[in-house]
Design a protein around this ligand. Structure first.
Ligand code: NAD
Length: 256
């Protein structure tokens, strides 16, 4: 493991422009379960597909109820060691963008400016009208549901209001996909951190980076579908691995 950390530090030092790609594993240390590990969301709930969400008020109400159950359990979460080291790398000018599959807003909370964060699967800290895009706060949606036991509709256009996240079966956001592609093609180092790399098209970005001759590093607790492609695979806890990297890059500086 120590040799792997040394190699990762060397790769970061020699990189011109790195991109970080994060999955749910970066946030488990903050108390937010991932999808596929034991105790993850999928072991409790079958995902609601986008078409089913659109098709029935009852399904939307169920989706909102589930969402608030999860949100109430995890909304107190604060950035962990991994988020903080990534933010430090960004502010040191090493990382140009963070492409994230997460909806938990913790990269922004760790001090990375919004323009450097590309949220492929949206953001779960607010809601949006699917028709006109008007933003709504979650408290507003909760109050509407509690007042008439119906899912919320847009006050401007009566469109369906949904958390600003991308569901299974929902189109990926064009702007974010284009930004992620551009950032990936500009990178000479691509760090995939805490993702099973099973959810596509998100997981196509490490493949794209590699085919563009960037060096690819994967850090994950367990093997991923793309390990064979990587220049370096570190099987370990992200908080520990990234803290060790920070200790070498900035000795004496405490990132906790
Ligand atoms: P995933 O659950 O498929 O994979 C997470 C990976 O991280 C797993 O392979 C797991 O072994 C690893 N892992 C967990 N904790 C770790 C740790 N401390 N150190 C190292 N590795 C660790 O999640 P994914 O790849 O992000 O993709 C699934 C989808 O889950 C995404 O679309 C994302 O939107 C959604 N999701 C997001 C959150 C969040 O916002 N925090 C949480 C759950 C799921």
């Amino acid at each position: 493991m120590d040799d792997d950390i040394d190699e990762l530090v060397e790769m970061i030092q020699s990189a011109r422009r790195a991109v970080v790609f994060t999955g749910a594993g970066i946030s488990t240390e903050c108390g937010i379960p991932d999808f596929r590990s034991p105790g993850g969301f999928w072991t409790k709930y079958k995902p609601i597909e986008f078409n089913a969400y659109l098709a029935s008020e009852e399904t939307r109400l169920e989706a909102w109820r589930r969402y608030f159950t999860i949100y109430d359990a995890v909304s107190h979460a604060v950035p962990g060691r991994g988020h903080k080291v990534i933010a430090r790398l960004y502010h040191a000018g090493k990382v140009s963008h963070i492409i994230t599959q997460n909806i938990d807003d913790l990269h922004r909370a760790s001090g990375v400016p919004a323009e450097a964060i590309i949220e492929l699967h949206g953001n779960g800290s607010y809601a949006k009208c699917l028709n006109c895009g008007e933003r709504y706060e979650l408290d507003w949606a909760r109050a509407r549901i509690e007042s008439d036991n119906r899912p919320p509709y847009c006050l401007l256009c009566a469109g369906i209001v949904k958390t600003a996240t991308i569901s299974f079966g929902q189109a990926m956001p064009d702007g974010e996909m284009a930004e992620a592609r551009a950032a990936t093609f500009d990178a000479d180092l691509f760090l995939a951190l805490g993702s099973s790399l099973q959810v596509f098209p998100a997981a196509s970005f490490p493949v794209m980076a590699k085919s563009n001759r960037a060096r690819l590093v994967i850090v994950n607790r367990e093997p991923t579908g793309l390990d064979a492609l990587a220049d370096l695979v570190i099987a370990g806890e992200l908080g520990d691995v990234l803290s060790s990297v920070a200790d070498q890059l900035w000795p004496g500086e405490r990132i906790s």
